[in-house]
Design a binder for this molecule. Structure first.
Ligand SMILES: Nc1ncnc2c1ncn2[C@@H]1O[C@H](COP(=O)(O)OP(=O)(O)O)[C@@H](O)[C@H]1O
Ligand SMILES: [Mg+2]
Length: 231
């Protein structure tokens, strides 16, 4: 495995939130490498720095110090617009609370990222339908989020995350609002996407969910305290 297989490489990342009087040192020197096609879980107690780490590797936020290489390109020094461009191309996000637009149908939610990048409407419909199928929601295209179960809403969010064909999927507690049976269905989708070559990085505090990944990284108090392949 050469350098080219490394999709994420962070070196000595620190993140300090400056709240005036108070400074929160959320990451205290995190170094990690993640290879293309990996399926990784990130575990750790609440407040250990997991979401802060995900926001940085997802180009939603910048580290206070340290280096971040995404596909061998140094991104820690890019400005906000450059980060947004890279993010839209390479990364799909899935969140605990689904983050769907409420008055917008499933298929329209999935089309949104393609509206931002000016894909024409025919292509949009075609790609959105493919993504909807991939997550097993055909027949539900025209439902509003309120007409879907939690698991179905998360499937819409996953379809939206993959519709621009990103190489990396970042999921922050994707099953945090779902029961265990529904969560299993979501894990099956992530595994299928991983089989198709997507790199999956999933935050969870549930051992049962984390074990679906091939590698489990544990954060504590802003440090990585454990990093191991699934036994
Ligand atoms: N935007 C923010 N401003 C100030 N402090 C923050 C912010 N986001 C997170 N923190 C703090 O940083 C630490 C790590 O938080 P976070 O990365 O959200 O942890 P986790 O996702 O593991 O629960 C916590 O102490 C949290 O309160
Ligand atoms: Mg979090």
């Amino acid at each position: 495995m050469g350098e080219n297989n490394r999709v994420i490489d962070v070196k000595e990342i620190h993140k300090t939130y400056d709240l005036g009087e108070i400074k929160v040192h959320a990451l205290k020197g995190v170094s990690l490498e993640i290879n293309n096609g990996d399926f990784v879980s990130i575990m750790g107690a609440s407040g250990s720095g997991k979401s802060t780490f995900m926001n940085i590797i997802g180009c939603l936020d910048k580290p206070t110090s340290g280096e971040y290489y995404l596909d061998n390109n140094q991104v820690s020094s890019l400005d906000t617009d450059e980060l947004a461009e890279i993010r839209n191309k390479k990364i799909g996000f899935v969140f605990q609370s689904f983050n769907l637009l409420a008055r917008t149908t499933a298929i329209e939610n999935v089309e949104l990222p393609m509206i931002y990048n000016n894909t024409d409407s025919k292509k949009r419909a075609e790609l959105a339908n493919q993504a909807i199928k991939m997550v097993g929601l055909d027949g539900r295209e025209h439902h509003l989020p309120s007409q879907l179960s939690g698991g179905q809403q998360q499937r819409v969010a996953i379809a939206r995350a993959i519709v621009n064909n990103p190489s990396i999927i970042l999921a922050d507690e994707p099953t945090g609002n779902l029961d265990s049976q529904t969560s299993l269905g979501i894990m099956e989708i992530f595994k299928a996407l991983n089989k198709r070559g997507k790199t999956i990085i999933m935050i969870t505090h549930e051992q049962d969910i984390a074990k679906h990944a091939e590698r489990i990284i544990t954060f504590k108090d802003g440090y990585v305290i454990e990093d191991k392949a699934r036994g």
